[in-house]
Write a protein that binds this ligand. Structure first.
Ligand SMILES: Cc1cc2nc3c(=O)[nH]c(=O)nc-3n(C[C@H](O)[C@H](O)[C@H](O)COP(=O)(O)O)c2cc1C
Ligand code: SF4
Length: 518
């Protein structure tokens, strides 16, 4: 009987040697005449254990990790004999870090072959589309609204309302756009799902097309994600061959076609109107709103623009899961969030769980503290525009409103951990510098304010008129917050002000906090 071995082809796993491990396993198999099929999957998201290799056994898939090209042969021996091995992790689904999660969106990621439509179907794929075709527009909109799903790109806008607005707009053409620009620091969930389960994104976008009456969609992927581009293109081709994309989807009267577009590498191109400019072939400069993209979006037509994870949540919801989805979470944050643990953290990776888990549980318990073993000092949540949280705020539950109440944001769910060697004045300077570099230049508070912010923080760090310059930084932050056209300039004050508020001791001349402690 063929022995089936699974090795991730996720870019994060490939970066630490998954291709070499697959090669060694394949060579050993042919050398010894073993009947082995190597299936390249996505990652399960336990990045500190990658390359994680699994073998199908009667009791489930047995995982080993982290495997290297040097120990792959001994792992293969242990797979064949069933004997002990220091890298043996047991049944993959029973690994506590994985078992603790509620995987609704990422249920198949790391499990199926992302190139195989049949594998997707065998694991529940396209059940949502089948039901969506039977329900029609009104039924789909009712389900999406009932699920309580809010956009996972950062702003947390209710997806049902957005789709309804586009559905109600009358136009000769409408579009569905998937925002896969994923520029936030510490985030990789969009990439992971595109590489590990691309059909779920396609299915979600197809359902959106049926809901609002759009027959064309675009996936805008950042150029830094070549593996995701390849995976999405392969899946689109497979879906077309399988009749779930293109003309007369699943034998219905609905048509829906998809194309991948690759961005040129600007953080601001993740902002929806800037992204639309870029898709239309122009420089990514933010458009003033209104009109909203839902009324006048791509090529001036009503457009649904959603994050990858928003679309990827849809198939579960439409497959009869709206209520189940809504039952998870807290307050107005319903369902699950694929949280990404990154930075100086022991157990970094993808952790999908219901809203409501606290920041402390995520960092200390799930993440296991810092990789360096030093105390955690600060955690930036929500990307480069997110606030820095000190340990005193670790009781904050992962919830849009709870984070906003503490002058923070959950954004796209990225958590970047810093130990006690971090210089928070430097981080505040970095926030301003990032804004200056990435600013589209359309409005003055952001374009000028960020550059002035860098210079002023430099003066503070040199010890020049510290009190006066701190007042200037606060003033600049207020101007940027209330006067900027989009959230790049408008939210840069969050990391700066949180650093000032919670880590004031870092702002001033030497001796710095660390030198003083030595
Ligand atoms: C500077 C900036 C960068 C952004 N980058 C992204 C991004 O990379 N991906 C994303 O989905 N949304 C990003 N957004 C949010 C989008 O403008 C928009 O809210 C989102 O695509 C809507 O989808 P959702 O409702 O599914 O979240 C960004 C916003 C700003 C202001
Ligand atoms: S805030 Fe910055 S990025 Fe946004 S429109 Fe103004 S200049 Fe452009």
């Amino acid at each position: 009987m063929t022995m089936r071995v699974y090795v991730s082809r996720d870019a994060g796993a490939v970066a630490v040697g998954a291709d070499e491990v697959a090669l060694v396993l394949g060579l050993a198999a042919s050398k010894h005449g073993l009947d082995i099929e190597i299936v390249r999957t996505g990652s399960r998201g336990l990045y500190w254990l990658e390359p994680m290799v699994e073998v199908a056994m009667p009791q489930g898939r047995i995982a080993f990790g982290p495997v290297t090209e040097f120990n792959a042969n001994s792992v293969l021996d242990a797979m064949i004999s069933g004997g002990p091995h220091p890298l043996r992790l047991g049944v993959a689904g029973e690994i506590p870090w994985l078992k603790r999660q509620t995987r609704l969106t990422f249920a198949r990621c790391g499990v199926i072959d992302p190139r195989a439509l049949a594998d997707y179907r065998a694991h529940g794929g396209y059940k949502g589309l089948e039901r969506a075709l039977a329900l029609g527009s009104d039924g789909i909109l009712a389900d999406v609204t009932a699920s309580g799903l809010r956009g996972r790109g950062g702003a947390g806008f209710p997806t049902g309302i957005k789709w309804k607005t586009v559905a109600q707009a009358s136009a000769d053409r409408k579009f569905i756009v998937c925002n896969a620009d994923e520029g936030d620091s510490g985030t990789f969930a969009d990439r992971m799902i595109m590489e590990g389960d691309p059909f779920v994104v396609i299915e979600g976008m197809t359902i959106a097309g049926i809901a609002v009456g759009a027959s064309k969609g675009y996936i805008y992927i950042r150029s830094e994600y070549p593996h995701a581009v390849e995976a999405m293109n392969a899946a689109i081709a497979a879906a077309k061959r399988g009749g779930t994309l293109g003309a007369r989807i699943g034998g219905s009267n609905h048509s829906f076609d998809l194309e991948v577009r690759v961005g040129a590498g600007a953080y601001v191109c993740g902002e929806e109107t800037s992204l639309l400019e870029s898709l239309e072939g122009r420089r990514g400069i933010v458009r003033a709103k209104p009109p909203l993209p839902a009324h006048k979006g791509l090529f001036g037509k009503p457009t649904v623009i959603n994050n990858v994870l928003s679309f990827a949540a849809i198939p579960f919801i439409l497959a009869g899961g709206a209520k189940v989805y809504a039952d998870y979470g807290m307050g107005r944050s319903r369902g699950t969030m694929p949280i990404q643990l990154a930075g100086n953290i022991r157990h970094g990776g993808l952790f999908e769980t219901a809203f409501g888990i606290t920041l402390g549980e995520l960092v200390d318990d799930v993440g296991g503290g810092t990789f360096t073993g030093r105390p955690v000092r600060a955690v930036q949540v929500g990307g480069p525009l997110g606030a820095y949280f000190p340990r005193e705020l670790f009781d904050t539950p992962f919830d849009y409103e709870a984070f906003a109440a503490r002058d923070g944001l959950i954004g796209h769910g990225g958590i970047v951990v810093f130990d006690d060697s971090v210089d928070m004045a430097k981080q505040a300077r970095f926030a301003m510098e990032f804004c200056a570099v990435e600013s589209c230049g359309k409005c003055t508070p952001c374009r000028i304010g960020s550059t002035r912010g860098v210079g002023t923080i430099d003066k503070i760090r040199r010890g020049e008129r510290v009190a006066e310059n701190l007042a200037v930084v606060e003033d600049l932050c207020n101007t940027m917050k209330f006067g900027s056209l989009c959230a790049l300039g408008g939210f840069t004050p969050y990391p700066v002000m949180s650093a000032l508020k919670h880590f004031r001791e870092d702002f001033g001349p030497a001796p710095t906090r660390l030198e003083a402690a030595e």
